[in-house]
Each structure stands twice: as structure tokens, then as C-alpha cells.
Ligand binder design. Sequence first.
Ligand code: CS2
Ligand code: MN
Length: 363
Amino acid sequence: MKMIMRWFPHGDDSVTLEQIRQVPGVSGVATCLPKIPVGEVWPLEEILAVKNEVNAAGLEMEVIESVNIHEDIKKGLPTRDQYIANYIKTLENLGKAGVKCLCYNFMPVMDWARSDLAAPLDDGSFVMAYRHEEVLQMNPEKMAKAMEGKARGYSLPGWEPERLDAMARDIEFYQSMTKEQYWDNMKYFLDAVVPYAEEYDIKMAIHPDDPPWPLYGLPKVITNSENIRTFLDLNNSQYNGLTLCTGSLGSDLNNDLPAMMREFGSMKRIHFAHVRNVHHLNEKDFDEAAHLSACGDLDMYAIMEALYESGFDGYIRPDHGRMIWGEQARPGYGLYDRAIGANYLLGLWEAIDKSYKKKGEIQ
Ligand code: CS2
Ligand code: MN
């Protein structure tokens, strides 16, 4: 298992590599090339430039989060073949740069959705929050504007400005698409790309839909165990795997996260885990909690134990953190709370590992 943290290059992050290097137990970063328009090939030189910067700081760059999927692929348009060819070329370049795991998502039109990027908690910290009715009342364009306004000048992953113009048109397009057609489009992409992921030795790791329920009539597919089984069956390669995000899947109280870790972990299909807690106010309203079990509804010990027992040897990162100690940073991606989260998870892992080894000695 390797503990990593997300980091954005080209000065688009308040957190530095030098700071991440000082977080005990963190060996690398998950990063991206945010300036390349979605659908275009990531040039090898640009990938290597970021890799060199990361390596020079004493960290590894084995995980990319994300190479976004062009909307034409999700829509199943004839133009998808060119975008898929570009994706494959990007994979080749990432492989040359030593990347081992690629996190991406297949959510239509937009990435994650929240109604507030800085909701105050009683302890004076700020969290990202989701209030279902508010989200339904905002149209996505309004949400995008609100997100942009509150992002303190940082581009928000998944809400890249180039996506916003086409949003209304795209939402319209999906209204007539069935879930089956959406699965077909996904399979078409996977069958084309996964053989190359194998060749370049890069584990593909899809991120769940966030929140894991339909919004604005858009299909949502990576939401629960049943759907994840369908997804894994679309292409049976081990290279077609998961980013198991407890923050996203944990927003739906029906999801049994330890059971999911156990099932998909033992299939060796979890390559990347985002581990964070969620605090529900009711079924569909929630705050992004601090990582500790006591701060939310998820049993983080049980989650880490299930991951451990499945023989997990992929990457873990703390997920979004709260904004604490007056930090000014990209929402969800401050240094302090994620560093605390990473070390809490490492502490759980160490305790689980030692208790297993001890049991082994006794037997
Ligand atoms: C991330 C997602 O910040 C976040 O919420 O977990 O944006 C994630 O990076 C993408 O969905 C992966 O493509
Ligand atoms: Mn996540």
C-alpha cells in the first residue's frame, strides 16, 4: 500500500510538494495536466516535466487523477474514435513516464456536485456540503458559477471552464439516452482502451459518481455494488478497475463500504482508494466530515480492515479535507486536514497490520 496526496501542478495549488514531502508516510502525489483540453493527447514532454518536478521533491508520480473523458465518448458519437485514439496515445505517454494507475470518471456532463464549498461547522472549520433540495433548485450552470465564485481563484477539478459552455446542451442530449445505451458507450470505451492499459501496465481506476444518485435526468452508473459488478463485467481485465471513493459511495447510506472493499478488493479490482468520512443530516443531505470515524457515519477502521484483508497493494489517498487553522486553499484540498487524514489512515493501517502479524505469531 502506498499513501499519496493529490497535488495540482503549474502553480494551481496552494500546497507545495515540499510540504507534502514532510507529511509522514506519504510517498507520492496523484496529479494531472490541467491545462490540456479534454480529448487532446497529453504530450510526453509535459508529463515528464511534472514528473521531474515531483521526483526532485523526493516524491513519486505513479498515479494520475484524472485524464478526463471527452463528452463525445460518453455520448457515443461517431467522433468518439478519434478521442479514444488520443486517450490511448496519452496512456502510452503516461506509461513511458512510469505512471502505474489512472483515475478517471465516466460521469455525464459534470464531475461531483455540492451546494456549498465552505459551510461552517461548530468548531470553526469549513467543509463542502450537499443539500439535495438546493442542488435540485440550482440549475447546473448556476452551480458552476457558484463553484467558480467560491473556489478562491483555483480551477475546480471536474468544473473546468471549457466544460461549462456546453453544459445545458449536453444535459438536453442525455435526456433521451437510456442507462443501457450509457453502459454500451462505456463498454465501447473500455474494450478499446483496456488492452493498451495492459500493454503499458497502467491500472485503470474509475471513480464513482458523486453524489451516487441521478441529478438533472443524467444517467449515473457507478453508484452501488450491483452497478459496480456490471461495470467490472463489461471488461474482465484486472486493468479495468476501481478508485473506491468512500466519500462518494458513502454519501448513499445504503452502501456497505467495508463489504464493497472486501468484495472488489479480493477480486484485485481496487487500484486506488479515496478514504474519507461523511456526516449525514438526513438521507440525502450531508457534510464532508473529517476522516475520523467519530466525526461521521462511516466506520473507518472497518473500511481499512476490509481493504487490508483483501490484500490491497494499491494507492490510498485522504479525500477532501476540511479547511482548518485559517488555511486558504482550493476547496477540499488544503494541506492540514488532509495531512491529519493521511496519518489517521496510516495509523489504522499500522495497527491492523501489527495485530495481524501478532495473531500470526501466536498461531
Ligand atoms: C475528486 C474527483 O475532488 C474530487 O471530488 O474525487 O473530482 C475525482 O478526481 C474525479 O471524479 C476523478 O475523475
Ligand atoms: Mn474521491
